[in-house]
Design a protein around this ligand. Sequence first.
Ligand SMILES: CC(C)(COP(=O)(O)OP(=O)(O)OC[C@H]1O[C@@H](n2cnc3c(N)ncnc32)[C@H](O)[C@@H]1OP(=O)(O)O)[C@@H](O)C(=O)NCCC(=O)NCCS
Length: 191
Amino acid sequence: MVGTDTDIIIKSGIAGKTAEQIIIRKARIKDVPQIFKLVNQMARLKNNLLPRSMSELYEHIRDFIVAVDDDRVIGTCSLHIFWEDLAEVRSLAVDLEYQGQGWGEQLMNVIIEDAREIGMLRLFTLTTIPAFFERFDFRVGTKEELPQKTWSECFRCPKFTECDETALLLDIAPGYRGPQSIKKGFNLTQV
Ligand SMILES: CC(C)(COP(=O)(O)OP(=O)(O)OC[C@H]1O[C@@H](n2cnc3c(N)ncnc32)[C@H](O)[C@@H]1OP(=O)(O)O)[C@@H](O)C(=O)NCCC(=O)NCCS
């Protein structure tokens, strides 16, 4: 789980940086400027995630986890809870320099585990890259399966009138044993 005052060290055989140099932990206030830069840079470059303002990030900082290389935020992801049985995976982004090294996958593993730990039953995401989320056993659904309030941010999206996003859902009800399709082993250790 992602502890409140403990860090999670990811130990795995990821290429590039050694695992000990990069940790995934809950975001802290001081991370906000870097999360802002990363999320908005990716929103600009890839046009597939929503830009976030500094005030939104401060307001929702408890939703966020970060992957940090020393003090540098190299990846982030957030979990936004809507109701007792529904939460959204948002703002998943990995720094260009660190993409393709498994950090997006590790952030997803940690956010799913965190959701499971707090007793969340179902996750969803709206995305243009369904294949990435299917790796974690998300299944393609329809927006109609989601309550209307989950679309509340759609009006802010530049692609609102010609939406190209797919709704994906993941049930993590009791008995869920974690993504089955992940090839790389990972091991979360609390320190
Ligand atoms: C999507 C993103 C988070 C992936 O992060 P990453 O660290 O590069 O991904 P990983 O290295 O962990 O990739 C893990 C696996 O997913 C696959 N994958 C990565 N990006 C993918 C994509 N866009 N579509 C499908 N599969 C993808 C990789 O090929 C890899 O598979 P392999 O282990 O079989 O080789 C990153 O590319 C990013 O920040 N993109 C811009 C923002 C974005 O699109 N966010 C998601 C919005 S919903």
